[in-house]
Ligand binder design. Sequence first.
Ligand SMILES: C[S@@+](CC[C@H](N)C(=O)[O-])C[C@H]1O[C@@H](n2cnc3c(N)ncnc32)[C@H](O)[C@@H]1O
Length: 324
Amino acid sequence: MKKLDPQDWSPFWKNQSITSFGELFPDNYDGPILDFWRIQLEGQPAHVVDLACGNGALTWICNDILNADDAESRITGVDFADISPFRVLGRKPEDFPAIRFIGNTPIERLPFPDYSIDMFVSQYGLEYANPEEAIPEIGRTLAATGRLGLILHDRESSIIRGATEHLDDFRRVAEEIRLHDLAFEMDRLYQKHKNPARRATIPEFNTLMAQIRHASGRVDDMARHHPGNSPLHLYVRRLNSAFDQTKKRSRTERNKLITRARDAFIAHIRRVEDLSAAALSASGRERLVALLETEGMKITGMFTLEYKAEKNIGTALSAARCAP
Ligand SMILES: C[S@@+](CC[C@H](N)C(=O)[O-])C[C@H]1O[C@@H](n2cnc3c(N)ncnc32)[C@H](O)[C@@H]1O
């Protein structure tokens, strides 16, 4: 499985969602997550860097916590995607003088001098990078008294279980049933035979209709077990809409809708695959801890984070550089 690269993430952050889990955290991370960050940020670190910041969910939180009165701490969000959180979220840089975002910047190659950063933070971010390169880079740039706060995806968490629950169904629809290919074929026949009455008498059209009915039946059987806002329902709704007779769509519009239905559905599958590959198993966590210790850091806390009714939404970890 191919890992998502910056070109895959960049379009994702052009939408106005502040986190990548818009349904779970529509306004930003809150509750015990916010409490965790309040504790981590005690002591007013002078320069905080949010690793893999996306649209800056955690960067904004750090600013709210640290600079509620006068701006005293600098906060820099970095991400390897081409991000522009100020523009996308409609916020003015002059209203947030302490915040800076740097896109196109992998954690593995940070644009900071040695020992210059007082605190690194990352929420659902660091685990996407290559730890063998990212942790030494954090080690290079973290100050001698620097600290680290992380919330990491856990393979056992309810976020991962929820996201992957219907993944096999999604893959079957996208790779085997391929309703979108049948829709493209239907689009071709609509173009070739414009008269609906005449179309209905053409054997090629009737064969395709039978294939679509069969494929749709299989998809409906799966979708019945998914929540109404599932990506599979959205995919089917978009395909149906392409052939909505009340809309009198042009060929270009139809084609666009089918392409969008297919691409958005496949992009969702790839994001979930990337998410579950990034999420840490117990041995992945051990490896991360060993790498941090190699860089002279001491783990000062590590626990499973609860959120509302969920018993596990990830692992919270804090570390501090030990005096040499
Ligand atoms: C699940 S999103 C989390 C974003 C943000 N921290 C949040 O909580 O909303 C993961 C982010 O990691 C970024 N990312 C993945 N690999 C990276 C790397 N090697 N270096 C920097 N950013 C990376 C992606 O571009 C994406 O924005």
